[in-house]
Structures are given as C-alpha cells and as structure tokens.
Design a protein around this ligand. Structure first.
Ligand code: 13P
Length: 339
C-alpha cells in the first residue's frame, strides 16, 4: 500500500470547490432514468450520454472525480479516446463502482447486504490497469418496520464495506465507503440520525479492525434527513445541524473528505444542505458531494435523448456543478438558481 499516493488521490478528489460526479448507474438503473425521458437504453445511447457528461466544458473546475460503471470504463469517445484517458487528461480522476448490488440478507427478513467480494482482488487489478484510481461500494440500509435495520444487518454491511476498502487500498485504489441510510419511508429525522449513527459507528470499527488507512479513503454517507413520506420535513438548518452532529461524533478527523450522496433529494435541496453545512465553518474533513441524481436530473431533462439538445444538456451539467462548487465554500444562495 502506497500511503502517500492514496492520500494524495483522496485529497485531490475533494480539492477546493470540487466534488464527485456519480455516473455509475448500473444498466437496470440507467434504463429507468432513460425511460423517464422516453429514451431507449442501448450500449450506444449509454455511451453517448456519458460522452456528453464527460466532455462538458468547464466541469473540471468543480469535478475532481467521476465514478464509472464497468461498461463505461471500457467505452470511448467518438474519436476513440477511452473515457478514463479523456477524464484524466482533463484533470478529473476516474473511479469505478465495484459492488454487485444489495441482496436480501439470508435468514434476516428485511435486511439487505451488498455482494461483490468474491474475485474482487482480481477485478480491482484490472480496473487499475484500465485507469481507475478510486472505487465505490454502496451498502443499503433501509429504515422500515421496527427492528429494521437490525444490529446484525448493520454489522454485516459494515464488515463487507471494510473488506472491500482493505482490498482497494492493497490494490492502490482509494475506497469510497458508502453506507447509505435510505430516505424512502415515513421515519422522522431523529430516527434517521439514530440509524446513521449506528451505521457509522459500526463502519469505522470494522474499517479499523481491517487496518484500513483513514487518510487514504473517502466516506460517502447520506445526509441526516426525514424520510420522504414523513409529515414533518426538517428545515435546511436542521438537516445541516443533525448531519454535522452525527458525523462529528463518528467520523475520525483523519478521513480527508466526506462526499454526500443525494439519495433522491431535489437537486436544489441537495445543494442547499451542503451549502448550509459548509457555511457552519471549518470541519475536520472536507465536506463535498458525490451526487448522481442531484447532478444528472437537470441534464436528462435538458437532453431528452436528442442529439440536438446535447449542448443544452452540457450547459445544465455545468450549471449544477458550479452551484455545488459554491456550496463547497458555503457561498451558494437559492436565488442563484434562476441565473
Ligand atoms: P444519488 O446521488 O443519486 O443518491 O447517487 C449517488 C450514488 O452513487 C449512489 O450510490
């Protein structure tokens, strides 16, 4: 493990004003996104869509890393430049999603565990050769009936995340560790905070037990937020307060950056929440974004699968990146949305 290299990549991804573009939708997920704009998902339409994202002018000022899906890592621009080479040449670090999705945890009704550890060492080696410098693994923690998630479900996911992270660092890739407490459901913000606290405590205990170097990783957590169906939605400041309180209790200061997922929040809300946290003054870690939907929803809406809309789609991406870049400094305001 090259400690200096891991830490330098982790820090570069969350350099000032920068965050991560999560463009690692699996084929079933991108199919759903394309269906929302009546666009067929084919290898070529997926390639072209990602090409539009990765060639957008100016995004390198706000995007330090892009997470790719296996298929995308192997695709190229129309001119034949492999996507990882294109991104690197723009100063954007290519990364790769390596988990194989969340499945039901056997004999634990209601809990899920993420698969993908078998053969991971060999896959990481190949991904590194293809140009990836970091990786991502997502654990899914659902809050539903009483007792879900169970303490054992949380532990099983934390263990898998730590095994993944250790394999990444062994291979020279920075692990992005993503324990996602879902916002689906009717739970209140207090329940989200309690479950997020439990998950983070378990994750860092396992990372430590697996000898993962905190300086050479990034954490990708959910924000502490009420469930979408909860009658009482917390204010922006309440979300910022609860999220920071939780992170300050459980995330070691040695971790260089926290890159939030958006999880189904509206793009403006995800930016607002990040901004409010950064406006609260310096924290032990960089507070940044690793948004999928909150960066891409406006892009898909502008694109509509039409080549004639490619420039408008790139414009929408740059606009969203710029606003999140401002949120990194705590200088975003809602009235900038119209500009
Ligand atoms: P969202 O920002 O859409 O939640 O996606 C981020 C991600 O990478 C989920 O794994």
């Amino acid at each position: 493990m090259n400690i200096a290299e891991l830490s330098s990549v982790a820090n570069a991804i969350v350099a000032r004003q920068k965050g991560v573009l999560a463009a690692d939708e699996s084929n079933p997920t991108i199919k759903k996104r394309f269906e929302s704009i009546q666009t067929e998902s084919t290898e070529e339409s997926r390639r072209r869509y990602r090409e539009i994202l990765f060639t957008a002018d100016g995004i390198e000022r706000y995007i330090g890393g892009v997470i790719l899906f296996d298929e995308t890592l192997r695709q190229s621009t129309r001119q034949g430049i492999p996507f990882p080479t294109l991104l690197s040449s723009r100063g954007i670090i290519p990364g790769i999603k390596v988990d194989k999705g969340a499945k039901a945890l056997a004999l634990c009704a209601g809990d899920k565990v993420t698969e993908g550890l078998d053969g991971l060492r060999e896959r990481l080696e190949e991904y590194r050769q293809l140009g990836a410098q970091f990786a991502k693994w997502r654990a899914v923690i659902d809050i539903s009936a009483t007792g879900i998630p169970s303490a054992f479900g949380i532990r099983a996911n934390a263990h898998a995340l730590a095994r993944y992270a250790a394999l990444c660092q062994e291979a020279g890739l920075v692990p992005i560790v993503e324990p996602e407490v879902l916002m689906e459901g009717a739970h209140d913000i207090e329940r989200c905070e309690a479950v997020t606290a439990q998950a983070l405590e378990a994750v860092f205990a396992e990372l430590n037990a697996h000898h993962v170097l905190f300086e050479g990783m990034l954490l990708k957590p959910n924000m502490v937020i009420a469930g979408m169906k909860c009658a009482r939605q917390a204010s922006v400041q309440e979300v910022a307060d609860a999220t920071l309180r939780c992170l300050r209790r459980y995330v070691p200061a040695a971790v260089p950056g926290i890159v939030f997922l958006s999880g189904g929040q509206r793009a403006e809300d995800a930016t607002d929440h990040l901004n409010a946290m950064n406006a609260m003054g310096p924290q032990p870690w960089q507070l940044s974004f690793s948004y999928g939907r909150a960066l891409q929803a406006p892009v898909l809406a502008a694109w509509q699968g039409q080549e004639s809309n490619a420039a408008a789609a790139q414009h929408a991406l740059l606009a969203r990146c710029r606003l999140n870049g401002l949120a990194r400094d705590g200088t975003y305001a809602r009235n900038m949305e119209a500009a």
